[in-house]
Design a binder for this molecule. Structure first.
Ligand code: FAD
Length: 279
């Protein structure tokens, strides 16, 4: 029987500089688009801090005839502002969104009231009907603020029941955590696809720091190996590619519906990992 092609997507963040945006649009995007992803997605800064730059990158990718999904959260905005942004995306012809609660931007003291993603999904459906395919976030190693494992899955179900079509996970390196999570989701009555979010290892020190905040575990054996390489960047890069290729291969062999690469706006190592998989 011919094998179903897994869904592949690539995530960007909006660059801070004009040169960064130019490179992203004119070099990175053509190179990654040659791999025929289903779509690119563009993150939305905590608290709406990248509202204009996210829209700018999304418009440019969309104008190039490439499917693109803006990430969106209420941040500090009201319904009129978010409704206006939704109208803009709809008028542009964008057909996909990633709907999130988001976090409080650092430096704001964490006191702002955040709107749960399920409420944003309901708002999008109420305002725009079936226009958008809506993705939401899922956490195989469980969201750091979750009350419990089961409650986090219940709230994921809430987002999907509110009208989201599918989910993309936080990145992980423990493949068992993902498949156990899928089983638990299924047992909770979730029948929509949960795509694996994968972080190619680019800068290990940054990855360690970021993982502490977002609740993704880096297995001890990976840390030990990376630390052992010290400043030997070539070994760090090769080992990172080997580990992430193996992870993706296991995911695809075991039936993951697709992979969403957190590209960090770089062609490599995402392209090498993709090519290693023989997709
Ligand atoms: P929610 O689904 O609303 O859940 C947040 C927390 O609240 C969880 O602990 C959940 O268990 C709990 N919860 C949910 N509903 C309820 C309820 N009714 N009562 C009590 N507790 C509840 N962040 C950005 O700022 N910008 C981005 O572009 C971005 N993109 C992302 C893309 C992906 C694929 C992923 C996985 C994450 C992304 N994030 C982004 C990070 C995300 O915003 C944070 O992890 C945030 O803390 C949670 O967002 P959420 O949409 O998962 O929230």
């Amino acid at each position: 029987m011919p094998q179903r092609k897994p869904r592949i997507s690539f995530e960007y963040f909006p660059p801070k500089t004009a040169e960064g945006k130019e490179r992203l649009l004119n070099e990175t995007t053509p190179a990654l688009n040659a791999l025929e992803p289903e779509f690119f997605s563009v993150t939305y800064g905590a608290g709406g801090t990248t509202r204009d730059s996210t829209l700018g990158v999304v418009s440019s990718i969309h104008d190039a005839g490439i499917a693109v999904a803006p990430h969106l959260s209420f941040g500090g905005d009201d319904e009129a502002a978010i409704g206006g942004l939704l109208d803009t995306y709809r008028e542009l012809g964008v057909r996909r969104l990633v709907a999130l609660r988001g976090d409080t931007p650092s430096g704001m003291g964490g006191s702002a009231q955040l709107v749960y993603a399920s409420e944003l999904v309901a708002f999008i459906r109420e305002r725009t009907g079936d226009h958008f395919h809506i993705e939401v976030a899922a956490y195989p190693e469980i969201h750091p603020e979750a009350e419990s494992y089961d409650r986090d899955i219940l709230f994921l179900k809430g987002k999907l029941d509110a009208g989201a079509d599918s989910a993309i996970t936080q990145y992980f390196f423990n493949v068992e955590a993902y498949f156990y999570f899928l089983d638990q989701c299924q047992a909770a009555g979730i029948d929509k696809p949960i795509h694996a979010g994968i972080m190619p290892i680019i800068n290990f020190a940054n990855l360690l720091r970021f993982s502490r905040n977002c609740g993704a575990e880096i297995p001890r054996w990976i840390c030990q190996r990376m630390e052992g390489y010290g400043d030997d960047q070539e070994s760090v890069r090769n080992f990172g590619i080997e580990v992430v290729t193996q992870l993706c291969q296991t995911l695809l062999d075991s039936g993951a519906p697709g992979i969403h690469f957190y590209t960090m706006n770089q062609v490599e190592p995402t392209r090498t990992i993709y090519n290693n998989l023989g997709l």
